[in-house]
Design a protein around this ligand. Sequence first.
Ligand code: MN3
Length: 184
Amino acid sequence: MTFQVPNLPYKFEALEPHIDAKTMEIHHGKHHAAYVSKLNTALEKAPSFFERSINEVLQALNQLPEEIRTAVRNNGGGHLNHSIFWKLLSPNGGGKARGTILQKIDQQFKSFESFKEQFSNLATNHFGSGWAWLVADKDRKLSLLTTPNQDAPILQGLHPLLGLDLWEHAYYLKYQNRRPEYIT
Ligand code: MN3
């Protein structure tokens, strides 16, 4: 089975006014679709990897032929990161975290407000394209980081809990150069 773009769990316009319908349509239908298409083309050189999940493929990059490793890292990462991103967004989302995750955030970042501020600063100051993440390590310790390009946290053995796309294609139509406003 080749990799497929997952359906959005809501309509393109569902995230208005924060993220506009046209951005969602292009982001999901063109950008994500291109990552998937290029991933599938690259893996034609190693078709046994079609049997694996995208997480497993990215964790086994060094088993791939060297000539397709970069293409799989970039486009496989693009596929995984966006698949996570669509599910993190929701028309009924937002607000303060609750329950166990809030306790962990308070422990690690002192308060939810301080976590938001640190996450926003990190995302704002990331140079160029990439992603901002809240991740858990294997001991369930939380931390913040950014990754360049489409590098996925799983490449570092980290489990993403929250991710924000910092590529201009994610916000340019509505926010132009105002990345901080998009992040908020
Ligand atoms: Mn994107």
